[in-house]
Design a protein around this ligand. Structure first.
Ligand code: GLU
Length: 502
């Protein structure tokens, strides 16, 4: 084992976000590539917004992606694993209290008695004067007597960290040399609220030091926090970790990825039928590339190739089409029996939702694999492709039954002729070759374009214009049901074109 120790530190205040999953993946890849240790820590100090349901969503999502961690809780609400337990911040409060006492004793932090109203008034004055918001430092130099007076008033102090003036510089593995002037940090920083709860900037530093984190790899949205953290590391006498800030993930319009413009919850992608192989493959390419043409890469291949130095600085646009393409690629690579296993829950959900009326057996699903494996963009599209097989009858839109170049009378004639041709050939000729020969022959005799005839038949049998190949679909549907559906479609079409009864 190397000394490399990295972590993902999600706050269980929302479902697993694409950005968190990408950060987790990059930390994982870096740890596995270098023989380091990957840690999961739950930053749950925002008690009001944290929930066990979100914790579960996050841990389940990371497990689903195949990212394993060496230390931290494995299941929501479950026990911690690892030498630095506990890995939930709410169970580490005593260590923050200790660090706070140290800073206070060394006068690197001070009690601040400003009330929320006073701070708000200060902020308003700055706004009116077009100044950036910044703590004025009113409580930075209180005398013991002034403090005692505030205490006597019953005020409870927050704890503020003294932000020392000057430039904070660090060499970011992705972004290179970064310098941020401490004057841009908003003044002295609250690290413990008046009610005693420690704040993120503080807890993250105390924990990263305690857990011997060697590299902090996280999203670029944290870049402006890093100088605060570095000042805290120094003030506490801790060694500074290396930093790597991953590029932002962007909406297609190049704004920062948001729930409003993009689907951001991993669980929503899972529910649509993206496979984890494709999801990790795609997430890895959000801000990183192998530098070659290689695109379809397994988690193991990613581990082998991953280098933090190859992470881009520029924001990465989330491209759903590319994700779907990769998903199709990974679905094609699944062994058929595995695809059956993965499709089953989606078909079960289709049954519950009424999209199909009976659950196909495993053998039936397996028989469909050759028809669908190359055509599924997501597993959840299975009912769109073959749901027509597992319903009593399909909904028919008469307009769809009439191919573009045809009129209703031709479509009606086509459907009836197709039915009669198939019936005349009998069940014995009801296979791919027999059907194709008979129906192409029919089109030729009547002077129809085969494509038009096939489209009318396709809609009659499936209710849709896009389906697996027609003859395979017919064979899957069976002789009797094919004839019935052609008859019914003809009846529906006839009815829709009949003059309304007066
Ligand atoms: N809890 C923080 C977040 O979810 C962790 C950020 C960090 O990695 O420092 O954004």
């Amino acid at each position: 084992m190397s000394d490399i120790r990295v972590r993902i530190a999600p706050s269980p205040t929302g479902p697993l976000h694409i950005g968190t999953a990408r950060t987790a993946l990059f930390n994982y890849l870096f740890a596995r590539h270098t023989g380091g240790t990957f840690i999961l820590r739950l930053e749950d100090t925002d008690v009001a917004r944290s929930s066990i349901a979100y914790e579960k969503d996050i841990l389940d999502g990371l497990h689903w992606l195949g990212l394993t961690w060496d230390e931290g809780p494995d299941v929501a609400g479950g026990p911690d694993r690892g030498p630095f337990a506990p890995y939930r911040q709410m169970q580490r409060l005593s260590s923050y209290a200790e660090a706070a006492a140290q800073l206070l004793a060394e006068d690197k932090a001070y009690p601040c008695y400003c009330t929320p109203d006073e701070l708000e008034a200060e902020r308003r004055r700055q706004e009116a004067a077009h100044l950036p918001p910044r703590y004025s430092g009113r409580c930075a130099t209180l005398t013991p007597a002034q403090r005692a007076a505030f205490e006597a008033e019953g005020r409870r102090p927050a704890l503020r960290f003294r932000v020392t003036p000057g430039v904070v510089a660090f060499d970011d593995i992705v972004r290179g040399h970064v310098e941020i002037d401490a004057s841009a940090l908003g003044g002295d920083l609250v690290i413990v609220r008046a009610d005693g709860t420690p704040l993120y900037h503080f807890t993250v530093v105390v924990d990263d030091a305690a857990m011997l984190i060697s590299h902090v790899i996280r999203g670029e949205d944290h870049l402006s926090n890093t100088p605060k953290h570095i000042l805290l590391f120094r003030a506490l006498g801790y060694p500074e970790p290396a930093f790597a800030h991953l590029p932002l993930i962007l909406n297609p319009d190049r704004t920062k990825m948001s729930k409003r413009k993009s689907q951001t919850a991993i669980s929503d992608y899972m529910a649509e039928g993206f496979v984890p192989e494709a999801m990790v493959n795609y997430l890895a390419l959000l801000g990183w590339s192998t530098g070659t043409e290689e695109e379809v890469l397994s988690l193991a291949e990613l581990v082998e190739r991953f280098e933090l130095e190859r992470v881009n600085k520029a924001g990465a646009v989330f491209d759903r089409e590319r994700l779907e393409w990769l998903n199709g690629q990974w679905i094609r690579r699944l062994p058929p029996a595995e695809l059956v296993d993965r499709l089953r829950p989606f078909l079960e959900a289709d049954l519950v939702a009424g999209r199909i009326e009976r659950m196909p057996s495993d053998d039936e699903i397996a028989a469909l694999v050759p028809l669908v494996q190359e055509r599924l963009p997501v597993l959840g599209a299975i009912a769109d492709l073959v749901g027509f097989l597992f319903v009593e009858s399909v909904p028919l839109d008469p307009a769809l039954l009439v191919p573009k170049r045809w009129d209703a009378a031709t479509a009606l004639a086509g459907l009836r002729a197709a039915r009669d041709t198939i019936a005349a050939n009998g069940e014995i000729a009801f296979d791919h070759g027999g059907l194709e020969a008979a129906l192409r022959g029919l089109a030729q005799t009547r002077g129809w374009k085969a494509g038009d005839l096939f489209m009318a038949i396709r809609v009659a049998l499936t209710g849709r214009t896009a389906t697996p190949p027609l003859f395979e679909s017919m064979v899957a549907l069976g002789y009797r049901r094919t004839l019935e559906r052609l008859e019914r479609a003809a009846a529906v079409l006839e009815q829709s074109t009949a003059p309304a009864a007066s």
